[in-house]
Design a protein around this ligand. Structure first.
Ligand SMILES: [Zn+2]
Length: 302
């Protein structure tokens, strides 16, 4: 039976309730430098926030920081132990120059083996396994080395059943990636179109869901109005594709380049503000549970 791979070990679906499918605990996107930050500092800063998140009903959180964003599995582990909140770490690479450099250095086989090692054994000698593969692609189309990296991810996915989530802002580029994944012998069902909300054309959201992939509306509370998201969600429900939907805030996080980690954005917007609005819009509890529990579990469990 599929389980969610977390910092606190594998979790079954019946052990979990609400799951946040894409947030960030610790990251430095501009330079990728972790500045030798210690786990104690981050735990001290974020523990109260994670406690509020748990009190709001969240039982697991997927961390979306991969190589290139100052990923630190030791920090995820320390925070999850202190807070008793399971966190799902990512393998993969999602920034330049790391993407281009590693493709050049390791080749497809080497990259696939590195990801398989992190998915099946551990990240950076922490004893923590990665739960999924996080990548990114250029806004206007796949660069050659990104196609190469995606093929390596598909190879690692075939070996581990891991899901591949890719930062992708245009629907056309999501289609192109599904073609690559299918040609590599893997399945759209293990693909998450991260940042679907950046594509204005709702019909492409439906097309990607129809191909079997997950669509993810991120930055709820920030990028679009709640009403725009709710309108799309209602249309997905009408079309019968709400079982392919993930909702996230894409928030946090402790940034080691800022004093005290910078200004933290809480993980509780969905639970405190957005879900009550979905209820007011007439969406029933069974569908809300599907979207906040069943879908994220199925999207990531393996
Ligand atoms: Zn993110």
């Amino acid at each position: 039976m599929a389980e969610l791979i977390t910092t606190l070990g594998p979790k079954r679906e019946d052990e979990l309730d609400m799951i946040l499918p894409h947030e960030h605990i610790f990251a430095n996107f501009p330079t990728g430098d972790d500045l030798n930050c210690t786990p104690e500092v981050v735990v001290g800063a974020l523990l109260p926030e994670v406690a509020k998140t748990k009190a709001a009903g969240v039982t697991a959180l997927v961390d979306a920081t991969a190589v290139g964003g100052a990923r630190r599995a030791d920090i995820l582990l320390a925070l999850s132990l202190a807070a008793q909140l399971p966190i799902v770490p990512a393998t993969g690479i999602f920034k330049e120059p790391w993407k281009a450099d590693r493709v050049k250095t390791f080749g497809q086989e080497g990259l696939a083996n590195w990801m398989i090692g992190e998915l099946n054994f551990q990240i950076d000698n922490t004893g923590v396994r990665a739960g999924w593969i996080k990548l990114s692609v250029a806004d206007d189309g796949l660069m050659d080395h990104e196609t190469f990296l995606l093929r390596a991810a598909a190879q690692a996915g075939r070996a581990t059943q891991a899901t591949i989530g890719v930062h992708t802002v245009k629907g056309r580029v999501a289609h192109d990636q599904l073609d690559v994944i299918e040609q590599a012998g893997y399945t759209p069902e293990r693909f998450i179109w991260i940042h679907t909300q950046m594509e204005d054309d709702f019909n492409i959201h439906l097309e990607i869901a129809r191909r079997g992939a997950w669509i993810e509306y991120d930055a709820i509370g920030d990028f679009r109005t709640d009403e725009e998201y709710i309108n799309w969600i209602c249309r997905l429900i009408d079309a019968g594709f709400h079982d392919h939907l993930l909702l996230s805030q894409d928030r946090g996080w402790y940034d080691p380049s800022q004093i005290g980690g910078g200004v933290f954005k809480p993980y509780t917007y969905i639970s405190d503000v957005f879900l009550p609005k979905l209820r007011t819009a007439g969406i029933d509890e069974a569908i809300i549970r599907q979207i906040t529990h069943t879908n994220p579990f199925r999207a990531y469990a393996r």
